[in-house]
Design a protein. Structure first.
Length: 330
């Protein structure tokens, strides 16, 4: 009987050990509390650098409907109209006096110029849109109806998912510029990897859109690039690193300039292709109109950066006719 009791106790201890291992194993192999790749592509860089960086194209390409979530209504909102912008004045553009990158200021004289606005007194602002992975099905019709110039900083891997869509956007006064191949946070990468991310895009867009980018925007923007980024840009002849003064999300606009929250002539404005794009873009146009300003072509104000708007490069019919719904409601 004593032997049976000892055996029973040993079995109980063994079962308890096994259960402990299983429980600990579940805890240690579950989701980590360490930061991972940010789910939002918008705004300023994360406070803590991502521990694991995954390519945006891996997250979005082929995994979800490239047209984004279907809204409650496909009707387009009312948009303001604008007179043509004044004739551009091309003035010398210099790197912002404040170092806006991560780490120490470059100890060399970079050829790439860091800007967040254009020094002009003309009543113009410049609309830019980032990424391209998440799109409302009204996007194409909305941009056609708005008929204002826009610069898109497009992820290379996302452009490869649906090149016909982005080629059609070019017919609506949209210029495509470089936003890296995979949307990594660049200041976490060595110079060689940064060069690969940045410099793989210009040749691709030359073939895809008939335009070689001269402008570049680093993913996550402020404090998310460094001196190596400027070296990488120089190696593939990208001239301007473009940041922004205003960041638009739906009905909210973040004004980064000190002082009263308002637009200034020459401001560069940031939006994203995401679920609130239609709301944000519409709100922005009304705010620009109320401020007495007009959207203009950013590249027209930058030496050696003429935009290629429209053109026949690699055009394809729209495989999603729903994207064009209500496009005649002007």
């Amino acid at each position: 009987m004593e032997a049976r009791g000892v055996l029973g106790r040993r079995i109980s201890v063994a079962i308890a050990c096994i259960m402990c291992v299983l429980v600990v194993g579940c805890v240690t192999t579950g989701p980590s509390s360490s930061p991972t790749t940010p789910t939002s592509l918008a705004g300023t860089p994360p406070a803590v650098a991502p521990a694991v960086q995954r390519a945006i194209s891996q997250n979005y390409c082929g995994r979800r409907d490239p047209r984004g979530k279907k809204p409650v209504t496909l009707a387009l909102p009312q948009l303001p109209t604008f007179d043509p912008p004044p004739k551009p004045e091309v003035v010398p553009v210099r790197t912002d006096a404040e170092w806006l990158g991560a780490g120490p200021r470059p100890n060399f004289a970079p050829k790439a110029i860091v800007i967040r606005g254009i020094p002009t007194r003309l009543p113009v602002v410049f609309i830019t849109i980032d990424d391209g992975a998440n799109r409302d099905p009204r996007t194409e019709a909305l941009l056609r109806k708005a008929n204002v110039p826009v610069t898109v900083f497009l992820i290379g891997g996302v452009a490869s998912c649906e090149p016909a869509f982005f080629n059609r956007l070019r017919q609506h006064r949209i210029a495509m510029e470089d936003h890296t191949e995979d949307h990594y946070q660049l200041n976490n990468l060595p110079e060689r990897k940064q060069r690969q991310e940045i410099c793989s895009v210009p040749g691709k867009y030359q073939t895809m859109f008939g335009h070689r980018p001269n402008l570049f925007r680093p993913p996550y923007g402020y404090r998310a690039f460094n001196a190596d980024t400027l070296k990488a840009m120089q190696s593939c002849k990208l001239r301007y690193l473009v940041l922004w003064w205003e960041n638009v999300h739906g009905q909210k606009i973040q004004f980064l300039r000190p002082g009263p929250p308002k637009f200034h002539p020459g401001d560069i404005i940031l939006l994203h292709f995401q679920d609130d794009f239609v709301t944000g873009f519409t709100n922005l146009l009304h705010r620009i109109k109320a401020a007495g300003l007009t959207p203009a072509v950013l590249q027209d104000y930058l030496p050696d950066s003429a935009a290629v708007l429209g053109g026949p490069a690699n055009l394809a019919p729209n495989p999603h006719p729903g994207d064009e719904i209500a496009s005649t409601d002007r």
